[in-house]
Structures are given as C-alpha cells and as structure tokens.
Design a protein around this ligand. Structure first.
Ligand SMILES: [Zn+2]
Length: 67
C-alpha cells in the first residue's frame, strides 16, 4: 500500500465540509480476454482530516494518469 498526496478536495460526510483527500493506491494484475495480463491501479481516497473513506477509482497502468 502506497500513500499519495492529492490535489483533490471532496465533501466529507463526517467532517461536514470540504476536505483535501489523500489516496492509497495498490496494483493488481488482471487477466485480459486475449490471454495477457494488465496492471490495474486501484486508488482509494480518504479524507485527510478524519480518514473517512470517500471514493475509489481504478486505472490501467498505461493510461494517461500521472502520479
Ligand atoms: Zn473528514
């Protein structure tokens, strides 16, 4: 598990205000239909203040996303 400081801010239900998010990201391999594998990066976003879970997103490693 890796930690990621983000520029994102979302409404936190727990804090009842806008908060910066921090992300944890992990990699996993997924089989593709053509027999290969691809790496999926799952990012879970938590409130920086209270650590309440906000949302998660998945990306393919070779997408345009820059960390
Ligand atoms: Zn919060």
């Amino acid at each position: 598990m890796n930690h990621l400081k983000t520029q994102l801010a979302e409404y936190c239900q727990h804090c009842k205000s806008m908060q910066n998010l921090k992300g944890n990201f992990s990699n996993r391999e997924q089989k593709t239909s053509d027999g290969g594998t691809r790496t999926i990066i799952t990012v879970s976003y938590h409130c920086e203040c209270c650590h309440n879970f906000i949302c998660s997103e998945e990306y393919e490693q070779n997408s345009q996303l820059m960390f």
